[in-house]
Design a protein around this ligand. Sequence first.
Ligand SMILES: *Cc1c(COP(=O)(O)O)cnc(C)c1O
Length: 399
Amino acid sequence: MTNLHTPTPQQTEENLEERLRSQLASLNDHSNLRQLPSILHEERDIIVNGQRMLNLSSNDYLGLASDIELHREFLDTLTPETFLPSSSSSRLLTGNFTVYDRLEQQLAEAFGTEAALVFNSGYHANTGILPAICDARTLILADKLVHASLIDGIRLSGAKCIRFRHNEYCQLERLVEEQHSNWNSIIIVTESIFSMDGDAADLEELVHLKKRFPNVYLYVDEAHAFGIRGDNGLGCAEEQGCIPDIDFLVGTFGKSLASTGAYIVCKQVIRDYLINKMRTFIFTTALPPVNIQWTSFLLQRLPDFRSKRDTLKQTSQLLREALKQKGYDCPSVSHIVPMVTGTSSASLLKAEELQRKGFYVLPVRPPTVPEGTSRIRFSLTAAIRMEEISALINSVIIS
Ligand SMILES: *Cc1c(COP(=O)(O)O)cnc(C)c1O
């Protein structure tokens, strides 16, 4: 081997830094530079540089994260002996505290499934499940707009993947019909409520399609629907009556449930297999038991948050209707409501205007959304009142 062209270590370091610097400058030139905001939280508000704004960018969809009464009730259940801040290990070693088993039982009972398994986050779930279950004879068919964590999971799986146009089931059906005999299994991957447009998959139709083929499976990420859809808050699969028909039903505790972690509800054989093969489950320290207890505490109350779900439905509808009346193309059917401005600089300006008027919103820009579809993304919670949405509409959308 010749080392004729091997650069010295110092040169390599300089080149790397130069490259990073110039890429940051280019992001900045295109209004796409991201920085961590310096913000303070006070219940429903965000305070930036002394200015108080209503938080319209939170994933705390049920308003539980800022519910002091719930915090108090939970803290009353703890003592210095039962407060366990760390699991200190993977669950396969010494990290499997009984609270984990209890939470998984609770989930399986709530969903009526054979089994459930809890993960450290939705990101761990989506980057771990597909790589574990796919092999060279698996084809993935994924919606064009699935979340980055699913994309990473697909990449890590090494499986062949075809993306179908967003929510276009005619194309998906054609793909399944063409491909099903070429593969041992096909996995259809979708979200239920999509994170950027707030629109929804038609799970019943997907179930109908997959039932026509014995080797077609369905993977649904309910990150934005768990907690707020369905009579008991279990998600769109509950709402559409198809929990038992979804092979890999996944959700996060980090949004509506005001906690952290994620779950899959599934058959026992899938749980057993993931415990053996899923690298993002095996090779990481389990979440702290105190966090699992908090999740369990809230999950138990989830059916009782019906009036919060109703409030969220009403405020979301009011905002969506106002945007549509103003001529915005608003595909949302949920509490995630985009206001597409087009260019990144327009979305930055709009966000600044909204913030000046007391509404904390953020611009969403490429690469999170496709070029030319930069937007303000309203993310409503049950803690936001009708009159606050009316004020928002009057001061920003109608004016
Ligand atoms: C937020 C999100 C995730 C990631 O969940 P975390 O628990 O925050 O890691 C996964 N999928 C979708 C669709 C999400 O919106």
